[in-house]
Design a protein around this ligand. Sequence first.
Ligand SMILES: Nc1ncnc2c1ncn2[C@@H]1O[C@H](COP(=O)(O)OP(=O)(O)OP(=O)(O)O)[C@@H](O)[C@H]1O
Length: 728
Amino acid sequence: MALIASSPIGTAHYSIRILALSHRPWSGTFVKSKVWKSNKKKGVWSQQQGGGGRGALAVLVQEPPQRFDSDGKWQPQIDGENGGSENGSATSIVTRDDGKRVYLVKTGAVLGKDDLKVASILTKQIENRRKQAAIDDEARAEAQAALRAANAPVYDPRSLSERYRRQPLKVLRRMLQVAVELGSFAASIYLDQKRGQLQANMWKRAVELREKLTRLGPTFVKVGQGLSTRPDLCPPEYLEELTKLQDSLPTFPDIEAFSCIENELGATLESIYSEISPSPIAAASLGQVYKARLQSGEVVAVKVQRPDIEEAIALDFYLLRELSQLVDNYVEIVSSNVVALLDEFATRVYQELNYVQEAHNAVKFKQLYGDRPDVIVPGVFWNCTSSKVLTMVWIDGIKLSEQEAIEKRGLNILQLVDTGIQCSLRQLLEHGYFHADPHPGNLLATSDGKLAFVDFGMMSETPEQARFAIIGHVVHLVNRDYEAMAQDYYALDFLSSEVDVSPIVPVLKGFFDDVLNATVSELNFKTIVDGLGAVLYQFPFDVPPYYALILRSLTVLEGLALYTDPNFKVLAAAYPYFAKRLLTDSNPYLRDALIELLFKDGSFRWNRLENLLIQGRKSSDFVANDALQPVVKLLLGPEGAELRILVEKEAIRVMEALILGTAVEGYRAIPEPLKALVGGGSNASPIRMKESEQSAMLVLRAQILRIWSLLQNSKGFDPAMLEPIVEV
Ligand SMILES: Nc1ncnc2c1ncn2[C@@H]1O[C@H](COP(=O)(O)OP(=O)(O)OP(=O)(O)O)[C@@H](O)[C@H]1O
């Protein structure tokens, strides 16, 4: 019997393995496994040994790919032409109980072209079923993990108050402990101030504060971690010391960690893992991390929560809240609602205590950003996850903080930082869902040069309006448009609409005119942030928390890059993204910002368009045809009437520049002795224009030709895109 085997059924990822040949219609049992080999002469696939007659052909579709041929490789050959279809033959899918899908191709002898089509369709169906089954399994495991976390603690100030009112001694003991540690620190600062040694002792005190917070335990470590993200609240020395609270904290006994895993997952350690590191590979504020291998073979990172951590932070938050209430009631210089701030902070810390929530964050992060080829986001093992145990794919990598080790491996730190910046910009300004704790210990470099994110406990969101306002703000800053910058503060939600922004304009100008003498590529991010900070302090700004986190993400990355390249500028690396968004995004805020930038005071600023194009093209996903689409759409729409007048005026200027400019250039190129011929015997120029006007025209012409060449040489440029503008 000759059989033409189907193609690798749809995609090269699958192999076909013929498992059984039965003379009867499909019986559901496999007799033995047979591999069909190519009979190259006939160009068909045939059974190698024996066989004959008609049979049912069962094909198992499986991953990973297996290929068989005489060299041990399976090279599919399709011969639809020679094959014929048998009438009355049946095709169907059968699913085996063990979950493997079996594909019954045909109860016939020869497979023809149509069979290949059927095979391909059925394979897709099988694949879809397989995917659906995987999704169902995942959903089931996720639901079970959520069940295991049903009793995860939630921050509830009222129940904390009830709990601790009944335990005054415990409260008093902790109060004393905190008062001694923080009181002695406050006294040192007071004395430093009195003696004029505040600056001299800054480092010493920063180290002391870090040590005291570590001694006071997880709540205070978290407070310190929070402060380390606030350059607006802490001097740089404190920021650097407090950043250390993200790494290298004291560990807790392994025996407690292992018994926590067993209790939480309801199984013995041996039944879950084939191996687990005897001690943690990292200890953090709320938990410690082990490396393990699951019984199913995957290498994983297992984060286990510190024992009795809820009890510890509950008491601290109770105390801090009582203190905040006193501050709100009796300290008049503090205008913010301290209790509300504390409640928000405590809610976040409690959320971090629920590792199932962290797992959800990781899954969402992976969905949004895991598609970038240079970024890795570890997957979650829901079956081994609960509120106190988080199991994720192990990432074999080096922390970005270990720069020497990275360099020794021959990895390019600047490239990794650039990946971090591009991914952060997408997080902050595209989807607005971002990793709020991207310290160098949470960013790993893999051996193939990819950047992996870990620790999804603290995520934050940039509100939609603020995302566009930030893009506009950076572009306004780079273009020294201080009035527009001041207006941005409303959209950024820094100022309420009643505050008049006009006094801010000269302050911004005063600071940035000097700083911005440098080009974009020379602008130091920290200088800008400090400058903005100095301006913000002078006005009634209320800076939302996400803003500090955004600044921190980028400052951390700039800091990492500076180690390798002291001239690295985060803004230079980020600006192409901003330029691309401004040129291509049709959001009304950005569209207006672009128009304002290009059509300032009634004339078109070609140099700004040229600069935006030069920058935007550096962005890897810049597509020329998308550039200026927002402006084109506006021009053609009813709102564009005013703009059309400007465009008409500009079009005349451009035509003049192109035609007369060419004439001027042509005339200038004529050798002096011949000019008289052109001038009808006179050496005077036939072009009746002042020299300065001619030069300006040539400058404009050269600029337009440069812009044209920029567009022509960009990815995806189609001149038809400009037709609407020409029509206008
Ligand atoms: N999937 C992973 N693969 C490899 N290492 C990991 C993984 N997850 C975590 N780690 C390591 O463990 C360390 C601590 O983990 P993680 O930051 O998630 O803990 P945490 O308790 O949330 O810390 P933090 O105090 O910063 O909130 C990380 O900095 C990283 O070095």
